[in-house]
Design a protein around this ligand. Structure first.
Ligand code: SAM
Length: 351
């Protein structure tokens, strides 16, 4: 069991390889990463027997930027019939698991395989339970079976509290019909990803105020309004009338990169298409100068060296806050609803 298997957005295999290799080197775990372009997955093969376990234990999944899901384990070839017996045999040295997810990759083959998985899940679940390999227990490892084809599966293990929140890292969010744009799902996913559900009432409360930079037509403003916040929406473009009719939105046609509020607000969100370094410097200033306490910003990625650029910007922000002697938690993730971009969440803690 010396392989770490990682899911990602197709086209970002190189970023996952660079990121996991850097993290493994930091933890002094020997191995190498590989990922076929556009395959929507990558692998990190460890040289030492316990390397993958140490790698997963030494990292927090939610601190990784590009992987959508991860699991340690190995590949197994499946026959055309009686796949369950082969799987049971292959799982002989796996521990008893507390949950089971059947996963596919975010690719065309993956879409075709998801029907097979739906049919296969019930009989497999039954056989695993009967063999004592599966019980309902949230403290035990999760068994993650990723089907690369009907003939090849990765038998993976991950801790439920240190892996993706959803199968394949894909949240099933329903598009709210009243929302003015599909981008609304990006901010909703960001909240699910960065804010524990039990803290939503306190951190996304209707007593709060927010600023949305680059707001039009209003998908992100819609999410803030849905939480009952008073929102200042900054954009030269028009906002959806349905949002303006709520009476909770003030629309200002000014430049989002130079405007700052007269009074501090609770939240700043920004979805402007701009060079990522400019957006990063702007959010550093907003938090650093106390214009907001918490922020979600989208960093549009350059064409090349995307991982290196994101790391550089995150480090620069960290150094900036350290110079200001501020404690700010920074998280960054390529969300399912992100395309050539990542989403950052920043929160000033203490004082
Ligand atoms: C990707 S769209 C935002 C979509 C929005 N988040 C939504 O959910 O509907 C980017 C917006 O940024 C605006 N924009 C671009 N540069 C800007 C600037 N310097 N200041 C304010 N808005 C800007 C554009 O007019 C555009 O409406």
């Amino acid at each position: 069991m010396n392989t770490l298997f990682l899911h990602c957005r197709p086209g970002f295999e190189g970023e996952v390889c660079a990121e996991i290799s850097e993290q493994a080197a930091r933890l002094q775990i020997a191995g190498y990463a590989k990922g076929k372009p556009a395959s929507a997955c990558a692998e990190f093969i460890c040289s030492e027997a316990d390397g993958v376990e140490r790698l997963m234990a030494g990292l927090r999944f939610n601190q990784l930027i590009f992987p959508r899901q991860w699991a340690r384990g190995r590949f197994v070839e499946l026959p055309e019939s009686d796949r369950i017996s082969v799987l049971l045999e292959a799982l002989a040295d796996y521990p008893q698991c507390g949950s089971l997810w059947l996963e596919v990759l975010d690719s065309n083959e993956g879409k075709e395989l998801s029907n097979f998985c739906k049919k296969f899940e019930a009989p497999l679940r039954k056989a695993l339970s009967k063999a004592g390999k599966l019980v309902e227990d949230a403290r035990k490892p999760r068994l993650l079976l990723t089907f690369k084809s009907g003939r090849e599966v990765f038998l993976g293990l991950a801790e439920p509290n240190n892996s993706a929140l959803w199968p394949m890292g894909i949240p099933r969010l329903k598009f709210p019909r009243e929302a003015p744009s599909r981008s609304t799902l990006k901010l909703e996913e960001a909240w699910h990803t960065f804010i524990p559900r039990e803290q939503w009432d306190e951190r996304l409360s209707d007593e709060m105020t927010g600023v949305d930079l680059g707001a039009a037509p209003g998908g992100w403003t819609y999410q803030l309004v849905r939480r009952g916040m008073l929102v200042t929406a900054i954009d030269n473009g028009p906002m959806a009338e349905s949002l303006m009719d709520t009476g909770l939105v003030q629309h200002l046609m000014v430049d989002g990169f130079t405007w700052t509020p007269k009074q501090p607000v609770d939240w700043m969100v920004c979805d402007i298409v701009e060079k990522p370094a400019r957006t990063a410097a702007m959010v550093e200033r907003w938090i650093g100068e106390g214009h907001c306490r918490e922020a979600v910003v989208n960093l549009k990625l350059p064409m090349k060296q995307r991982y290196a650029e994101v790391r550089r910007l995150l480090e620069r922000m960290q150094e900036g806050f350290a110079e200001r002697k501020l404690k700010v938690s920074i998280a960054c993730k390529q969300l399912y609803h992100d395309r050539e971009e990542v989403t950052c969440h920043l929160r000033r803690v203490g004082r």
